[in-house]
Write a protein that binds this ligand. Structure first.
Ligand code: HEC
Ligand code: HEC
Length: 286
């Protein structure tokens, strides 16, 4: 009996020591990724109080998804798909400088130089022009700070294990995978910028899609096969050509893209169809 207790105690101790060692390993190894510092480039962004600039920002936060993930009031919320909360941007405005906002939006880096989590798609905002970043930051600053502050995501042991085996990433991991969308001429410049910021999160900034079985986001060359009226209807109502309701894109169109103006949607169609024709060698009206 005594032997039994003795070996039992040794067994339990071994299990405890192995568990502690494994926990320590996961913590230390994941900390290498989570605490890594990224160099901060200088930023030229200066928020403005010009009503026109603020109005542009208020307009862009919808198609660019900020209002979707951070809520229309930009006060942040729990996002079940990511298992984490987005931040309260009206509260962050009290502590972040204009440069800090720029680094968060286009570089995915916090003021202390660490990476933001991959759920915030900074990699797809990396080609956003200064004009749009300035407008968005100006709009955030025009809002009254309201609602509870939401801290950055915390990394418990389970999340750290996911980071270690790569099923959860920091957004820096995505930057090298993005490339700019092809340029098909100066008259399409603005629509090309907007497509990268509004569609890049899922279709990639090159707009080439993510591959894999449907319903993965396809290469946006598909727009070349859309009639203009069908594309506009799709972006406004979520009903794709043939009146199809798509698993994800229909809601994305309604919640985000439908807020673009007619002129912007037409320009987007012009760019995406010109790009599609160029890449597929398809003949077209222009
Ligand atoms: C797909 C969802 C999603 C979209 C789209 C999105 N965000 Fe976020 N954002 C998040 C999440 C989640 C976090 C928290 C992640 C973290 O801090 O690691 C976050 C964090 C941030 C932060 C905090 C950075 C810091 O310093 O800690 C800022 C600023 C921010 N987002 C601004 C924006 C702006 C501006 C836009 C639109 C141009 C935008 N976000 C679009 C999900 C999103
Ligand atoms: C949040 C992710 C997301 C964003 C942002 C997004 N898409 Fe999509 N899109 C998808 C997915 C996923 C599909 C595949 C169908 C599905 O699952 O809904 C898709 C499919 C499509 C299709 C194919 C429709 C068809 O006929 O089958 C087009 C065209 C399209 N998207 C255009 C756009 C454009 C243009 C933008 C930007 C203005 C955009 N998408 C932004 C996720 C997204």
């Amino acid at each position: 009996m005594r032997q039994f207790w003795k070996w039992g105690a040794i067994g339990v101790s071994v299990i405890v020591i192995v568990a502690l060692a494994a926990g320590a390993y996961v913590y230390i190894a994941s900390e290498q990724i989570i605490a890594q510092r990224y160099p901060l480039s200088s930023s030229h962004i200066h928020a403005s109080t010009d009503p026109e600039v603020i109005a542009l920002g208020a307009h862009l936060v919808r198609p660019y998804g900020c209002a979707d993930c951070h809520r229309p009031n930009l006060q942040g919320t729990y996002i079940a798909d990511f298992g984490m909360r987005s931040r309260n941007l009206t509260r962050l405005a009290q502590t972040l400088s204009d440069a800090d906002f720029d680094h968060a939006i286009r570089r995915g880096v916090r003021p202390d130089g660490t990476s933001i989590a991959e759920s915030m798609p900074s990699d797809s905002f990396q080609y956003m022009p200064d004009r749009d970043v300035t407008a968005i930051v100006s709009y955030i600053r025009s809002l009254k700070p309201a609602g509870p502050d939401i801290p950055p995501p915390s990394y418990d042991l389970k999340t750290r294990w996911d980071v270690l085996r790569g099923t959860k990433k920091v957004v820096q991991a995505w930057f090298p995978l993005q490339r700019p969308a092809i340029d098909v001429g100066p008259r399409y410049a603005r629509a090309r910028e907007m497509a990268m910021s509004a569609c890049g999160e899922c279709h990639g900034t090159a707009l080439e899609g993510q591959g894999g079985p449907p319903p993965s986001p396809p290469n946006l060359t598909i727009v070349a096969s859309y009639e203009r009226a069908d594309f506009l209807k799709f972006m406004r109502t979520g009903k794709a050509a043939g009146n199809r309701e798509l698993p994800m894109m229909s809601a994305v169109a309604r919640v985000r893209i439908s807020h673009l103006s007619d002129a912007e949607l037409n320009a987007l169609y012009d760019y995406l169809s010109a790009r599609g024709r160029k890449l597929t060698g398809m003949a077209g009206p222009h």
